[in-house]
Design a protein around this ligand. Structure first.
Ligand code: NDP
Length: 294
C-alpha cells in the first residue's frame, strides 16, 4: 500500500489507566514538527488482554511500536524477542519497537532520569551520595541511571523495607556503588547524617498532592531535589524545595527526555531539541510557575 495521507503509521502509549497521560501531547508535537505521517494515541488496554494485543499488533504493517506505562512494564519485558542492556538489567520495558515481526524492548526511563540529573548540573555522580525514596518500578530505573552516572553511595528509603531489600538484591548484580536501606520513618535522621548531594522521589506521593514527610531544615543546602512525579501543577515536593531555596525539578523533564528517546528509536531522528518540547508541553498543560529554578 502507498503512503497516502490517510495511510498513517501508528504509535502510542499502552496503560490502564492512560487517559491522564501527557505523552500524546508532546509526541504528536514531535510528529508534526518532523512532518511525519504518523499518529500517537493513548490505548487503555484490558488487564487480561495485554499480551494478546501486542502479539497481534507486531504483525500490523503500519504499527511502529508503543510506549508502555503502569501496570504493564514487567509484562512487556516478558513479551520481547530482543532486549536492550538496560531492559535486561531492570526487568522492565517502557518502549516497544516492532520490526520484521519481532518485538524489540527498551527502557528509556533510564535515559530520562540520566538527562534530568544532568539538567540539574550533575554531569557525573562520582564521589556523590544520593537518597532515593521509593522501591517500585521507577526506583529500579533510577538505580540503573545512578550507576551509569557513577554514583558512589545510595540509600533507598521506602515505606515497606522488604520491597527495598528485594530491589537491593536485584541491583547488587550490577551496581558499583555502596547501597543501604532505611525505613521511611527515619528519613529526616538519614538526611541529616548523610548530607546527600541529590534527593530523588520515586514514590507516587505527590500525584494527588500528598506531601513527603521531609524536614527541609535537615537537608544539606547544596542538595538537588528531583521529583519523578509530575502533574499539571508543580508537585508539593518541588514547591517545598523551591520555597526553602533548593534547586528542584519535577518529572515532566524525565517524561519528555524518555519520550524523545522512544521517538528516536521509532524514527531514527536523533537531533531533537528537548527544550522546545519541554516548553511546548508546559505551555500546553498551562503549567503555573516553572518547576526548575535555573
Ligand atoms: P510502583 O507502584 O511500582 O511504586 C510505588 C512506590 O511508592 C513504592 O515505593 C511505594 O512504597 C510508594 N508509595 C506508594 N504510596 C505510598 C504512601 N502512601 N506512603 C509511602 N510510600 C508510598 O510505582 P512506580 O515506581 O512505577 O511509579 C512511581 C511514580 O513514579 C509514579 O506514580 C509516577 O508519578 C512516577 N513516574 C514518573 C515517570 C516520568 O516519566 N516522570 C516515569 C515513571 C514513573 P511501598 O513499596 O511501601 O508500597
Amino acid at each position: 500500500m502507498g503512503e497516502s495521507a490517510e495511510y498513517k503509521k501508528v504509535t502510542g502509549v499502552l496503560g490502564n489507566p492512560v487517559s491522564h497521560s501527557l505523552s500524546p501531547i508532546f509526541q504528536n508535537y514531535l510528529i508534526r514538527t518532523h512532518k511525519l505521517n504518523w499518529i500517537y494515541l493513548p490505548f487503555c488496554i484490558d488487564r487480561d488482554g495485554f499480551e494478546l494485543f501486542i502479539n497481534g499488533m507486531k504483525n500490523v504493517e503500519n504499527v511502529l511500536g508503543f510506549n508502555v506505562t503502569i501496570p504493564f512494564k514487567e509484562r512487556a519485558f516478558q513479551c520481547c524477542d530482543v532486549l536492550s542492556e538496560e531492559a535486561k538489567k531492570i526487568g522492565a520495558v517502557n518502549t516497544l519497537l516492532f520490526k520484521n515481526r519481532k518485538i524489540y524492548g527498551y527502557n528509556t526511563d533510564v535515559n530520562g532520569i540520566v538527562d534530568s540529573i544532568k539538567r540539574m548540573g550533575l554531569s557525573s555522580l562520582s564521589g556523590k551520595s544520593i537518597v532515593l525514596i521509593g522501591a517500585g518500578g521507577a526506583a529500579r530505573a533510577a538505580l540503573l541511571a545512578l550507576n551509569q552516572l557513577q554514583a558512589s553511595k545510595v540509600i533507598i528509603i521506602n515505606r515497606s523495607p522488604d520491597r527495598a531489600y528485594l530491589l537491593k538484591e536485584l541491583c547488587e548484580k550490577w551496581c558499583s556503588y555502596e547501597l543501604h536501606i532505611k525505613e521511611l520513618g527515619y528519613i529526616n535522621e538519614t538526611l541529616l547524617d548523610m548530607k546527600p548531594d541529590l534527593l530523588i522521589n520515586s514514590t507516587s506521593l505527590g500525584l494527588k498532592n500528598e506531601s513527603l514527610p521531609i524536614d527541609f531544615k535537615k537537608l544539606w543546602k547544596k542538595c538537588r531535589v528531583f521529583d519523578m512525579v509530575y502533574s499539571r501543577e508543580n508537585t508539593p515536593l518541588v514547591n517545598e524545595a523551591l520555597k526553602n531555596g533548593f534547586l528542584a525539578i519535577d518529572g515532566i523533564y524525565m517524561l519528555v527526555y524518555q519520550g524523545i528517546k522512544s521517538f528516536t528509536l521509532w524514527s531514527g531522528i536523533n537531533n531533537v531539541e528537548s527544550q522546545k518540547v519541554i516548553s511546548y508541553l508546559k505551555k500546553k498543560v498551562r503549567y503555573g510557575k516553572s518547576p526548575c529554578n535555573r
